[in-house]
Design a binder for this molecule. Sequence first.
Ligand code: FE2
Length: 365
Amino acid sequence: MNTNDFLPINGTDYVEFYVGNAKQAAHYYQTAFGFQPLAYAGLETGLKDRTSYVLKQDKIRFVLTSSLDPDNHIAGHHNRHGDGVKVVALWVDDARKSFEETVKRGARPYFEPVVEKDAHGEVVRAGIHTYGETVHVFVERRNYQGAFLPGYIAWEPPYRPAETGLKYIDHMVGNVDWGQMDIWVKFYEDVMGFRNLVSFDDKDISTEYTALMSKVMSNGNGYIKFPINEPAIGKKKSQIEEYIEFYRGSGVQHVAMATGDIIHTIRELRARGVEFLHVPDTYYETVTERVGLIEEDLEVLKRLNILIDRDDEGYLLQLFTKPVLDRPTVFFEIIQRKGATSFGKGNFKALFESIEREQARRGTL
Ligand code: FE2
């Protein structure tokens, strides 16, 4: 633990998506991913211009917000980007200090510190801009006992499909435009005090057709990991370029959610209609040579199409959904770590070939 950490972060507080229809999106995350209803804000709570549904699964909180006003910033954001992540909120002990320290180091303010209160206590929040139109909001909860934040009421519908075993956000990846990766690496280093854990270049991450570069940024205590991707020159259009084109700029590419039992989680998600990238059966013919002994039954992993990778510290199991929106932009990763602290580099090639097959079907390769 770095005692000079000027931006101590306790974890991800929430991730807010701006979507076209928050009510229906909430139903999708409940039904398909097993998120539980937590809080609501909208016309009934005095808001005139938006509706937000808050869902929770263990430590993960998603806020789904849609606009009721064609002229507000939510509608503008949705019109430009489609459904996507607007806010990556970080749980801190001191939101004012987090704001001051980052702004002092060059962060562009999104909103000044504001104290929000209701009968359940007090929350302080402040925001700064990051890549594209994405923002970080610092959230300081002082013994707040309410459902989510002041202004929200508890949302308690009878419809509650079971959880699927998702526990916490392992990492969140941003795609940035050509030539922007090092600018944002520097932003996370200088403005937020993160460090660059690992880098991949186009030699690590390329197939016959496409290439990308990636650098993994981590905060002082390692609770927050933000890999940042940039497209690289390839024979054809990379998935990062496809994202940038359809998202109309930089934004969050995927949210990786950890599970303690990936076999159970993937079985549930598949049964509920979540679609995953597919790697061919031949992947499993050579995987043991690469990863050695694992505890899980390889036949079961193959049947569920779960991927495996190993590093010096252990191994990991992972799988990626197809984009969960209309545009080929945001998707989710499901990951179970068994010692490994890396990100599945050994699976990149098989995955990218799978993504290219999807891109070819979309006519965007
Ligand atoms: Fe990932």
